[in-house]
Design a protein around this ligand. Structure first.
Ligand code: CA
Length: 505
């Protein structure tokens, strides 16, 4: 994520407030197409249980919920957002972690208060629905992107060697805390949109040395965790190839070359596929999109101007700004990663639930941002980040996958349309043929049930056919009733179909 907030605060705030209505189609460039399924062919079985990553970054969610935002399922019932995401096919949760996102006196910088405790809470909640974690460590006290990679304030004066040691210790601590909170860590991302700038360092060779320290901490903790490095803009193809080349020269031990891909900033999907494919094949690395998003509306839900709208200049709005356009954009990003081939892992959507409290005054919105840290920055952030001169809310609520009242948009269904899906293994139980009520014996009660099944009375649909088809002719008829009667009178000791069968639980 880059350049979101300055632009939002200084340029678009007034526009968003004034033009809080629908716009014409003048700048719409592409008619939306019916969203199609995306299949990752030959996806590696060793990654994510053989399923492509269908991920979202919901780092702000705890502060958003504290601000009074509620979320709803497709039927309009209030529900835990992690369950809603899971039910829509999301299988991976990304969370950013800042070292000390506060002024040292208990005042949050905002941006979701995404410290380690907050991340652990998100991991705990995601694990309830079996979703894996991508732990995105920024190695900063606040937003890290291509333009700012400010060192944590307590590390500011460290030499390179001391910094390396701190990075090792911090990385180990982060992974341990998330793990022990019950998080299922599938991947750790070392640095956010680093692009030759990381933790205050701008020398790529020294950056690789710092990366190596973090990577060793992860390998020492658990060799099954994938290690990712993350870069910002694949339209700079030469830069990308150079980053990958230097990391290779430095013999950096990592697994995933990750990129942001915002369609309005980062070139074509074809170029992104080409760049990632080149790196994947040259250096034998996995690749993925760690952040993407696209607007579905020009409206603003929280009174804090949005980064992208029809009025944005110098950007590529190649899809409708509509739910259909957003759906197509996200589908195309998944397809672009799938087109890389078997090294393409998947996509994370950035902050799909970063919305404000619904239908409250501007004053109340501002109170929420300051009190709960649910906006991009509080008044205390400027003490650390010189760019954070204006406080505010979400510049991204028009790119969410939920509407301003917390109901899922149909674009959230894209995740359910990405394949392959691996069903959980089916469990079986042993059952006895003829024991229709499964009470461990065959008696007159089973005969009564069998007659009801045979004559299509309730509760026939609830009794597995395999328990009723005593002569194994694939039908339930009076012949089976006769066999049951013969069994109960002691004339036969078993049925032609046998004694036991296995039924799915
Ligand atoms: Ca907004």
């Amino acid at each position: 994520m880059k350049k979101f907030f300055i632009r939002a605060a200084s340029v678009l705030l007034s526009a968003a407030l004034i033009f809080n209505a629908s716009f014409g189609a003048a700048e719409k460039k592409t008619a939306s197409a019916e969203a199609g399924a995306v299949t990752f062919v030959n996806f590696p079985e060793s990654v994510n249980g053989g399923e492509p990553i269908r991920g979202v970054d919901v780092s702000s969610i705890i502060s958003v919920e504290k601000s009074g935002v509620r979320f709803y399922d497709d039927r309009g019932r209030e529900e835990d957002i992690f369950k809603i995401l899971h039910d829509h096919g999301v299988n991976y949760i990304r969370v950013r972690i800042w070292n000390e996102p506060n002024d040292g006196s208990g005042h949050s910088y905002g941006g979701g208060n995404t410290d380690l405790d907050t991340a652990a809470e998100i991991a705990r909640r995601a694990s309830k629905y079996g979703m894996k974690m991508l732990v995105d460590i920024h190695y900063s006290d606040f937003w890290a992107d291509p333009e700012k990679q400010t060192r944590p304030k307590y590390w500011a004066q460290h030499s390179h060697e001391v910094l390396k040691g701190e990075i090792y210790k911090w990385t180990t601590w982060v992974v341990k805390v998330i793990d022990e909170a019950g998080g299922n860590i599938g991947m750790v991302q070392v640095g956010n949109e680093t692009s030759c700038f990381f933790c205050g360092e701008k020398d790529m060779y020294k950056i690789c040395d710092l990366f190596a320290s973090a990577n060793k901490a992860i390998r020492d903790y658990d060799r099954n965790i994938l290690i990712a490095h993350h870069f910002a803009n694949p339209s700079n193809a030469d830069h990308y190839l150079w980053y990958a080349k230097v990391m290779n020269e430095c013999k950096l031990d990592y697994d995933v070359f990750a990129t942001s891909y915002y369609p309005y900033w980062h070139g074509t999907t074809e170029n992104m596929t080409s760049v990632l494919k080149n790196i994947a094949n040259t250096y034998n690395k996995y690749v993925m999109v760690a952040e993407t998003a696209y607007p579905y509306t020009n409206e603003d839900g929280d009174g804090f101007g949005n980064t992208i709208s029809s009025y944005s200049k110098g950007v590529d709005l190649n899809y409708d700004i509509s739910v259909e356009g957003q759906t197509k954009a996200l589908t195309d990003v998944f397809q672009a990663v799938a087109d890389v081939g078997e090294k393409g892992l998947g996509v994370f959507y950035w902050e799909p639930a970063w919305i404000g409290e619904y239908n409250v005054s501007q004053q109340k919105q501002r109170e929420n941002w300051e009190k709960y840290g649910s906006g991009w920055a509080t008044a205390y952030a400027s003490g650390y980040d010189k760019n954070a001169t204006e406080t505010g809310g979400s510049s991204f609520d028009n790119q969410a996958l939920f509407d301003f009242s917390g109901h899922p948009l149909s674009s959230l269904d894209v995740f359910n349309n990405v394949y392959p899906k691996k069903q959980p293994p089916v469990k079986y139980e042993t059952a006895y043929i003829g024991d229709l009520n499964k009470d461990g014996r065959i008696n007159v009660y089973d005969l009564c049930l069998l007659k009801r099944v045979c004559f299509a009375e309730k509760p026939s649909r609830m009794i597995p056919k395999g328990l009723c088809d005593l002569n194994a002719d694939s039908e339930i008829t009076t012949a089976d009733i006769v066999l049951m009667q013969q069994y109960l009178f002691g004339r036969i000791g078993s049925f032609p179909a046998g004694i036991k069968t296995e039924l799915p639980v």
